[in-house]
Design a protein. Structure first.
Lengths: 339, 339, 339, 339
């Protein structure tokens, strides 16, 4: 890290900074600039983010600038090859584009079986559906909970599609892991560190959604929480960030795809349904995501969007999903992948 | 709610919308505008946010606009008088300004006792300190956990100051509630609905921090989660939101004080330490918060900020905290309150 | 528009609101809701945004909600067919994808001729280059001004490519229009209404860049300024918005492509160079833009990016631009267009 | 500046970076870290922001980090004492709080005289009013132009209050400067560099409003444009930034007051009317601004807000302005100032 000193720093203050650097096992290198002195502190920053705060609190210090990225296990430097993550029969991050489809909420046996069957026939290779629902209002439908997990399991048995479903409470991780093939962390829980730690201990892949106001650095640090507990199977999912623009529900940060592919070996999935909030924007954003190099798509499909318990406005009818799959297929092939 | 129809909506589509409104127990009122038809749907919106999504999913509908605020128990309309919340000896929201001070993390017996004693003498009326710490990096100090809670309890016994401390995991609520007088929800957990529901069932006040990405509406909906489970004692705390500006750690949304005071009966506390991230900005922001009408301040104080385990750069030394208290006192009096 | 009244509004206040609505040539329609009364005001909102403010200022009024979009000439309702804009030999918005390439700044005769020739051979169909440069620092290179315009003209003569170049000062519009085929408004001037009005009076197309802080609604209102003065040839260009994310220079709002295509008949161009700020992100974002349905791309190319006077880090070398064109060509074809 | 090299940079690339640094008159200092090599480039960065781009474009370079602030004349290092700016009879930045009040738009002789007289009696020491109005819609009232300037002049003659008024077009600077005592740059023009340069040549003070998405650094760079042309009299005005929050028109960045006071010697004024957009939030934000250390307030007052041509919802009636002045007076005194 680089310590920038104030213009009027005293020699004693400079010495104290250098002593503190050494005391933490780092080596100080002083550079005298035209208007400022800076001190480079050489050492392994990964496990020393605390030293940055310490130096930043010292008299005479104007700024402390990190050199290394704060994540380690998530980074390309420790593992350059792309991670390909096995999800009970489908591998995300490899030659095939992941196409994860299904309803926002699991609502009933009939709704779940109908959707599972139709997305399977359209070409989806994984099934999504929420049994535990994080809703802004306490008066909204909160999910069928274990009953919903059972319906997902049944849908899997009939279609063979692996199941992705959300877990919200660290206390439910074991329960959800009994039914799900991939455990999803929702955007609002991206920095729910108790949950992340718990997920680091299970032996199933985790699909981690980026929060509405999570930087790419913080997103990778949240992945690092799971990785550092021992679970190597993390799938990243961008679902739109919050900005000043209100024409769409969120703003799809499409550039995060190549940025993440450069920074990390973990696969990157895009959720154009939540990113836009409108079903008619889902297909163009799905094409853009594929063209940008995403490893997968996560799309909300409902047999009867008007009567969906949640997220109806952004859900595709099965017939529209069929068309979407046909329309993105040539783009997937241009990117050297298959569906 | 108001349903705006598209310019080219067919009579059948209009009829379907009106039928759906009636089916949900609402009454439709049609207004034919110059370029658009709109339908007012009259009914109790509080428990019907789902109807908005339903209508928004229907063919021919361009937009659905809510009229009522989505929160009910948190709103002034159901309870106009300010809530005054008893916190084992100190009441927040009444005549006295809450001055909650203490270290970011509980680090040791000596650190905690020294800080508690010094903030008490300076004029603080509540004590803060984290035993469970939400940290961006898994490699950072994560808190002393139950050991920290015990030290907080000891500090309370020696100073008489009620304790505010964070709980992150729904599974820890019972444990933390055994030691704390006020349970804090951190900014990253403001939409951790599993945690909020659990906190709705305890009989101790909750200090709910606004998230970096949380609108005022969503903030009140998170309070509504706690209130709707039966716990009426919620204290709101603004600690800065995330914006494009990087000169400060977050952007203190000072105008949320009068906006919240207009919308809700719940007390509003400002945390200028997290909002700014720099100790030298804490005092001017504390003055501004008092002048804006806040019911309290939450301020990080550490006997030795350079060696703090966390948040050193934004922590005040005890001597600076003494001066802050003296400097804000006349502002508190101008606002008709005492310290 | 819809006027939402406060819960405790008096009959006199209601009457005053209705009178004010009538006084402005609108017709009031009252709806009595469960907790609130709302009044629909029927009339042509386009030229009446002032009425919204008037009503919003009246006692007893809680909120005023517009129903119609504030733009008229820019909207699909007044002109449903896509506008195809002639730019002295190349038409934007039609069957061919616009590929506007060139250096950030015009720097010298050799740099300009070399770039023009190489982008022409790679497949560009228009040439960009700045003679007047808006720079954050007054100490940065500010452009060659008229000398630069002459070099652009010369580059056009030798390659046949129409010229796009920026104008910053209303007083320079006439000068720039003598040389340029398309006049560009930079992101920082998107709400420079003096400049927009002046450009509404010229007979050359205007390429209007969205500002870092401009909503899609405001963007279309800025286009409306130009259209309402009589110039029908406006090309919209998204170049990234400002958000909290700093991994890229700006955040490319890719979803604005289908949103704009739904709202307006004007062509939409994407600038992936400014949107990302890194040359290695330009190609994936160019592919995504094409796949999302953009009518064109605007890309910075420089023969020697390291020695560019501006924007070197986001400029492509000619050889990389050749590869980009080859790589996007099949995507362009999939979208039913040619290069 | 600090150049961070990639992990796998070749010795030739390192040498090329060092050569480029020397070629630009800087001195390179190499530091070999654990995972990265960094090179400090020592020289006067103020006039060398281009070198950052050059280095950032070179192969092997991962990042270039500035050490010095990009502004020079605006900074405290070149001039530590607060600038006190004479505005024809009232000095901003000294012992008295600037209280700039008046209507959003100059509308008529009667409106202007009535407002001027009432704000004068209430305690205002400067008069505001717009003759050239930047409006989002081309169909909104655009101002009385020179006729408005004449009315402002007349209002000044009758009250003695110096006049602050906006100029939008570089071509109008001379005209506006003939009537105004202080020339205002609106938020949308904060990076209208043609206008800023023109204002750098006049001999009247400039009140520069921060844009909705302008960082504090960029804001000071815009001030630097004016200062570097020779005009030393720049007054900074914060009027709210754009964020995701929609409960207020903008988000008042109150912490910018102490941040700007630390960075610059220029006076800082707060506009709580535009920052909030609601008249009932103006007084609490005015108190907060004074308590935060602002040098002045800019407040919209209109004799009949309901019938104001613009900004009615955020304008105070004269009687409410009288009360505001009385209520902020003791806060002003606590800050060691007079009104």
């Amino acid at each position: 890290m680089i310590v920038v000193l104030k213009a009027d720093t005293s020699p004693e203050e400079v010495q104290a900074v250098k002593d503190k650097i050494k005391e933490n096992g780092f080596t100080p290198h002083e550079i005298q600039g035209v208007e400022r002195k800076v001190i480079g502190a050489v050492g392994d920053e990964h496990f020393k983010d605390h030293l940055m705060e310490v130096l930043d609190s010292m008299p005479g210090v104007e700024d402390v600038i990190p050199i290394l990225k704060p994540y380690k296990l998530a980074g390309r430097e420790i593992k350059n090859a792309n991670s390909v993550i096995e999800c009970d029969g489908f591998a995300i991050g490899g030659d095939r584009l992941a196409l994860i489809a299904g309803p926002c909420s699991v609502e009933s046996h009939d709704q779940m079986m109908a959707t599972a069957s139709s997305v399977k026939h359209a070409g989806a290779n994984m099934l999504r559906g929420g049994a535990f629902k994080p809703r802004t209002s306490p008066y909204s439908f909160q999910g069928l909970e274990e009953e919903g997990l059972k319906l997902l399991k049944e849908a899997k048995e009939s279609t063979g599609l692996p199941i992705v479903t959300e877990v919200m409470n660290p206390g439910d991780v074991e329960l959800v892991a009994r039914y799900a093939d991939v455990l999803q962390v929702g955007a609002r829980n991206v920095q729910n560190f108790s949950l992340l730690k718990e997920l680091g201990k299970v032996s199933k892949p985790v699909l981690l959604k980026r929060g509405m106001m999570t930087t790419i650095k913080e997103f990778l640090m949240s992945a690092e929480y799971i990785l550092s507990e021992g679970n190597k199977d993390v799938i990243l999912c961008e679902r739109g960030i919050r900005t000043f623009e209100t024409a769409t529900r969120n703003t799809l940060d499409i550039a995060c795809v190549p940025v993440l592919k450069r920074e990390t070996h973990l696969p990157v999935v895009i959720d154009p349904s939540h990113a836009t909030g409108h079903w008619d924007l889902v297909e163009p954003m799905a094409r853009a995501a594929v063209a940008a190099g995403a490893d997968g798509l996560m799309i909300e499909v409902h047999p009867d969007p008007v009567n969906a318990f949640s997220d109806g406005p952004q859900s595709l009818k099965p017939s529209k999903f069929v068309r979407l799959v046909e329309n993105i297929r040539p783009f997937v092939q241009l990117m050297g992948r298959t569906l």
